[in-house]
Design a protein around this ligand. Structure first.
Ligand SMILES: Cc1cc2nc3c(=O)[nH]c(=O)nc-3n(C[C@H](O)[C@H](O)[C@H](O)COP(=O)(O)OP(=O)(O)OC[C@H]3O[C@@H](n4cnc5c(N)ncnc54)[C@H](O)[C@@H]3O)c2cc1C
Length: 315
């Protein structure tokens, strides 16, 4: 069995750590930033994009489609199993992606056996595609992943890695957007996303409306245990981590138009993350290094499928 160093402590690095530990490897994870601890618990402070994810299982802003469909299907099966096992923050939740005009069946539907076409899902919308999808509440799930790594004997350290050449043995590069500098990957593109947290007022379905994506606008409503995440934006090339108040107002207005139950829900907070986008996800082995980054808007959705493949490539 190998000694494996994973660079990156987001959902990708930590899911890979779990799979490699389960396969019997000795694993250490280095993260320049670590996810915040569970609410009310002490621990290292920091942010990773994964902590901002909404996060509903949905293949979005990630290519290539054939591999993404396979990774998504594997992760859907694993999240379904975790939800059944009662893992913190993983809840199977019904919802609908809605379209103003009739569309062909979305390309990813072979990953979701339960998907169904719905006519006129909302006033003004021609059709929708409904299915039960895992909603993954990252402030609860990332600490669960960290605890699982520790339980299996892995370690997680706050450390900035300047070069992969610093590291001995097998290495997994799960640095997300950090791969731009770490391995000089100029094809990485930051895609900024802003969200608002609204009071949970009894919303129990997720909704996605990407009709205005060409304007950099995506509308989604994702219910969690203590709040409802509403979004969002898709700003290509933008990395500003401060929330814009006018954008937040527009996000809330669109969410309330889509889900009128949110009309009286108080604003609880704001957040911004930068999606690590790439023309295609990079998942390949080069010498002793397995690269696994560039998951765009679907890192959570792809996590377990990619982690399985990384574990197979480490061998
Ligand atoms: C607003 C928003 C909503 C989203 N919603 C969803 C959703 O609903 N569903 C979904 O599937 N996805 C969603 N995403 C996308 C998802 O968040 C990302 O795809 C995912 O977090 C990428 O995970 P990662 O582990 O690759 O990167 P990150 O979470 O960014 O982690 C990268 C890690 O690498 C570390 N690192 C980088 N460089 C170095 C270095 N040189 N040395 C050491 N460590 C380093 C970082 O510190 C960090 O620990 C959303 C994203 C945003 C912004």
């Amino acid at each position: 069995m190998a000694e494996v160093t994973i660079v990156g402590a987001g959902v990708i690095g930590m899911s890979c750590a779990v799979r490699l530990l389960e396969a019997g490897h000795a694993v250490r994870v280095y993260g320049r930033e670590l996810a915040p601890p569970a609410p009310g618990r002490a621990g290292p402070v920091g942010t990773v994009t994964s902590a901002v994810a909404a996060a509903v299982w949905y293949p979005y802003l990630a290519e290539p489609r054939d591999r993404v469909t396979g990774w998504s299907a594997a992760a859907l099966a694993e999240f379904t199993r975790l939800a059944e096992a009662g893992v913190d923050g993983v809840v199977m939740t019904p919802g609908t992606e809605i379209f103003r005009e009739p569309v062909d069946e979305p390309w990813w539907t072979s990953a979701v056996p339960s998907v169904q076409r719905v006519a006129e899902p909302r006033p003004g919308y021609a059709e929708g595609w409904s299915f039960v999808s895992p909603v993954i509440e990252m402030p609860l799930y990332l600490p669960w992943l960290a605890a699982r790594v520790a339980e299996l004997g892995g370690t997680v350290e706050q450390r900035d890695v300047g070069s992969l050449a610093e590291l001995d043995g097998a290495v997994v590069n799960a640095t997300g957007l950090g791969a731009r500098e770490l391995v000089g990957d100029a094809s990485m593109e930051p895609v900024r996303g802003q969200v608002v947290y609204l009071e949970q007022v009894g919303v129990h379905r997720w909704w996605i409306d990407d009709s205005a994506l060409d304007l950099g606008v995506t509308t989604y409503v994702v219910p969690r245990s203590r709040d409802v995440v509403v979004g969002g934006t898709e700003d290509h090339g933008a990395e500003e981590l401060v929330a814009d108040p006018a954008t937040a107002d527009a996000i809330v207005a669109r969410a309330r138009a889509l889900v009128p139950e949110l009309a009286g829900a108080r604003v609880l907070g704001h957040n911004v993350g930068v999606r690590p986008a790439r023309p295609t996800v990079r998942l390949e082995r080069v010498g002793d290094v397995v690269h696994c980054y560039g998951h765009g808007g679907a890192g959570v959705t792809l996590s377990w499928g990619c982690a399985d493949e990384v574990a197979a490539l480490v061998g």
